[in-house]
Design a protein. Structure first.
Length: 94
């Protein structure tokens, strides 16, 4: 489970750094914040699917069923994003 805290007023983001597989802890030093194309992404889910979801955000969508949810900070706006078979890529403004 990923924990994300966002202080909108001050523009601060905090996120935990644990990755696991089932009940096994893989590491407590994972960076879950990624910056690409001037956009800050905070992801939870499987690492591969987080990367695919970021690609979908940047490239305008996709239709794979992904095990990932993102927050994107883009030009001062915050978006919650994901992708699934039924709806394709989606994003909602926070």
């Amino acid at each position: 489970m990923t924990t994300i805290a966002f202080n909108y007023k001050d523009g601060e983001i905090a996120v935990d750094s644990r990755t696991s597989c089932g009940s096994t802890i893989i590491t407590d030093n994972c960076n879950k914040i990624t910056k690409r194309n001037g956009i800050t992404f905070i992801g939870c889910g499987t690492v591969v699917d987080i990367e695919k979801c970021i690609d979908s955000y940047i490239n305008g969508g996709g239709d794979d069923n992904l095990d990932a949810t993102l927050f994107a900070v883009d030009k001062g706006e915050v978006w919650r994003c994901g992708q699934n078979e039924d709806n394709g890529f989606w994003r909602n403004k926070c």
